[in-house]
Design a protein around this ligand. Structure first.
Ligand SMILES: [Zn+2]
Ligand SMILES: [Zn+2]
Length: 400
């Protein structure tokens, strides 16, 4: 990896942006073949009794081997295999949470999350409530949230994000990652390609509504995105090299959020659209769609909408915005939008990575896309271009 936790923490402490950055407290981040062996050694060095959280697929992919290694090292363990719902999805809801709590005992010293996003969200929440640490063992390069402290959970049918804790270590075994279904890596790529619009939204919020912004952290995320785009062919091929590049980029994007303390760098209008679609799929009892596939398709819609409308609306407000230096702000936004890739470019990259370009292919119809564009900005208190297009005169500083 071309960065270490120590280096990032050092740069964060030296950052001149004027904001307080949160040092990363993760002790070890490993992306390499045979990381499961290192995970077992790490667990043995600190704990005697642990609980593995997995689903049936991820237990087969990595959980069983990890359990065997831990037994050889005389670590005692319990296992929680999360049950899928009627659609075959493992969902981070009340039922799965209780399953997680029941698998732990008062002796459990740490939870090992062996799986993708949902398994992590359950492990994050349960370990936080039990005041014990959790260790991240991703089985697919599918999302950028492994190192996150936020746990999005569905409670009584409504998705809410709870602030919990980040893992104390991440062991990502490349031999396991390359065995995961291809659409999971395509989803990870979609989550990364969404950073084009999330970074543009973050910059926009800073330029127009004085939202907090750190150029250094924005650059970290942009670099992670750039490596993915530069290596899209290797990522699509699904070999150890491409999948390692994708996983490292996802982890770096997650660390950028941790350093900033909020999700601004990695989540803008495209994520809000994706959350809106997810809630509608839930409400109507439809099967869930992988997070990054939705984000990728949403970033196409968002890039198209922003390029077409934002500058025109800003120019139409000239003279009645009542905002200091408005003309300069319009100028800066014009540069920002010129630097945003077109919807067609984003489509092409998604296609190269084997992802999904059109919401319709994910079961999200045109009516839902249109409705989400008029309401998804309300899901987060954040000044995105999506909010601007819906509420153009609300330039006030948001404190989300
Ligand atoms: Zn900074
Ligand atoms: Zn995401």
């Amino acid at each position: 990896m071309d960065w270490t936790i120590e280096e990032l923490n050092h740069l964060a402490a030296e950052c001149s942006c004027g904001l307080t950055h949160h040092p990363i407290e993760i002790r070890e981040i490993v992306v390499e073949p045979d990381a499961l062996r290192r995970a077992a050694a790490f667990v043995k060095s600190s704990f005697q009794h642990v609980c593995i959280f997995a689903d049936a697929n991820t237990f087969r992919a990595a959980g069983q081997e990890l359990a065997n290694r831990l037994k050889e090292l005389a670590v005692t363990l319990s296992v929680c295999i999360m049950e899928p719902d009627v659609n075959g999805d493992v969902v981070a809801d009340e039922r799965t949470l209780v399953q997680g709590f029941l698998a732990c005992s008062p002796q459990t010293e740490a939870i090992l999350a062996v799986g993708a996003g949902t398994v992590h969200d359950i492990a994050r929440f349960c370990s936080f409530k039990m005041r014990i640490p959790f260790i991240s063992i991703p089985t697919a390069a599918s999302v950028d949230g492994f190192t996150s402290a936020g746990a999005p959970l569905i409670v009584r049918g409504v998705k809410q994000t709870f602030q919990t804790q980040a893992p104390i270590a991440v062991f990502s075994d490349v031999n396991v990652l390359v065995q995961a279904p291809r659409r999971l890596a395509a989803s990870g790529f979609g989550d990364m390609i969404g950073k084009f619009t999330s970074l543009a939204d973050w910059n926009f919020g800073h330029l127009v509504a004085d939202e907090p912004y750190c150029p250094w952290i924005a650059t970290l995320t942009a670099k992670a995105l750039e490596t993915c785009v530069d290596h899209v062919h290797e990522i699509q091929a699904g070999g150890p090299e491409g999948i390692s590049i994708l996983m490292r980029a996802l982890i770096l994007s997650g660390l950028a959020m941790l350093l900033f303390g909020q999700s601004y760098p990695a989540s803008g209008g495209e994520h809000h659209l994706s959350h809106d679609w997810e809630m509608e799929l839930l409400r109507t009892g439809k099967p869930q769609v992988l997070h990054g596939l939705k984000v990728g398709a949403a970033s196409v819609v968002i890039a198209e909408t922003y390029k077409k409308n934002v500058l025109a609306v800003m120019q139409s407000l000239e003279g009645r915005s009542g905002q200091e230096g408005y003309a300069e702000r319009v100028e800066a936004v014009s540069h920002l939008l010129a630097g945003l890739p077109s919807a067609d470019d984003i489509r092409a990259w998604i296609r190269l990575a084997g992802g999904v370009e059109e919401p319709a292919e994910l079961g999200i119809d045109a009516a839902l896309v249109a409705a989400s564009l008029t309401r998804a900005h309300r899901l987060r208190n954040r000044y995105t271009m999506l909010r601007f297009l819906n509420e153009p005169m609300s330039f006030h500083k948001e404190n989300a």
